[in-house]
Design a protein around this ligand. Structure first.
Ligand code: C2O
Length: 365
């Protein structure tokens, strides 16, 4: 039986699972969705037709395009300004991640109300995050009236993109006091809970080899990418454990999820916070705008993996996977249910990735 999110989203409790220090959880453990929907139960989502294509650019290149950066900052500022009872608000979008990761929801719809719903460490990882970003991107686009708006992807698998993209950290003048000292706090893409030692120009260290030899770290990153994308990544090894309803927790993350993906999370999170907020813990990750850029790259790697070997690298066909489903609010605040089987093609979903070099494809150990 496939895992399905509950129909009644009021069946949700405070998060606890996976949060080391509940008392110092600065983002709060109440991560249930607001109950303000035109309809009280989710309706099955239908992908809109004839939409303009949204093209996700690399965040390091987009950082030097002032028109794009302004759009993204305006959209993010508008999202932050929405009230707490609006499901599209920055806070509620952050809670979505926590609800599906930290024991707030159960598998009640699939007949197991004493088991948590967990979309990490198993094969639900790629499709769940694809849908999550899909709605997040559409909400941002609708807030600035631009249906072509696309998230930027943090291209950390390419040496050009192996540090935090500039746009997320730029200091800006205070609009209320333009003559005052610029601060990153005036930048809607900034997040106060990041590791200050890992801001630019620090180079991401996927394999955690440490040391100061930047060239060695970059090369090891490329070897790690080769390993996680090419070496022995049978569909199982790439997607992770075949989680179905009635399994409480599965610790079988796929190669990228367990590797580069987690490495980036813990590299960005602040080690001085009780739970490594924000990016270092699943409950708080969704509050950092950088999360969505990070996950765009993870999502892009899913598409790339399929293209690397179209015969062998295929999506699961087991109904436990294809019929697994999640509930989100869309950009019109409608509560919708989405299925894995409807997210297999980014083109059908109305978006694509701008190409970027993939030097790791030749870094076989
Ligand atoms: Cu849902 Cu990168 O985690």
């Amino acid at each position: 039986v496939p895992i399905q999110a509950p129909d009644n989203i009021a069946h949700c409790v405070n998060a606890s699972d996976g949060i080391r220090d509940l008392n110092d959880a600065v983002r709060g453990v109440s991560c249930c969705p607001p109950l303000t929907s035109p309809q009280s139960y989710p309706v099955d989502y239908v992908l809109p037709k004839n939409q303009p294509m949204r093209t996700r650019l690399t965040a390091h290149q987009a950082s030097s395009d002032p028109v794009y950066v302004k759009k993204y900052r305006d959209a993010m500022a508008a999202m932050r300004a929405l009230p707490d009872d609006d499901p599209r608000s920055w806070k509620n979008q952050g809670k979505v991640h926590c609800a599906y990761c930290n024991g707030a929801l159960t598998q009640e719809k699939s007949g197991f109300d004493s088991f948590y719903l967990q979309i990490h460490n198993n094969w639900l990882f790629y499709p769940y995050h694809r849908w999550y970003l899909y709605f997040y991107e559409r909400i941002l686009g609708s807030l600035i009236n631009d249906p072509t708006f696309a998230l930027p992807y943090w291209n950390w698998d390419n040496p050009e993109g192996m540090s935090i993209p500039e746009m997320f950290e730029t200091s800006l003048p205070d609009p209320a006091n333009p003559a005052g000292r610029p601060s990153p706090r005036n930048n809607s893409l900034f997040d106060a809970y990041r590791d200050v030692l890992h801001l630019q120009p620090a180079i991401l260290d996927i394999g955690r080899i440490g040391g100061t030899d930047q060239q060695a770290i970059i090369e090891n990153n490329l070897f790690s990418m080769y390993n996680q994308m090419i070496t022995g990544t049978t569909p199982n090894g790439f997607f992770g454990g075949q989680m179905a309803a009635g399994v409480d927790n599965m610790n079988e993350a796929g190669s990228i999820e367990a590797g580069a993906h987690i490495a980036v999370h813990s590299w960005v999170g602040n080690p001085r916070m009780a739970n490594n907020e924000d990016m270092g813990n699943l409950y708080s990750s969704g509050y950092d705008p950088l999360f969505y850029s990070h996950h765009s790259n993870v999502d892009r790697l899913w598409s790339i993996w399929k293209n690397l070997d179209p015969v062998n690298n295929t999506d699961p066909v087991d109904p436990d996977w294809t019929d697994a489903s999640y509930v989100f609010y869309d950009e019109n605040k409608n509560l919708v249910r989405v299925y894995n089987k409807d997210c297999l093609s980014t083109t059908n979903m109305g978006y694509q990735y701008a190409d970027s070099p993939m030097p790791w494809t030749t870094y076989s150990p």
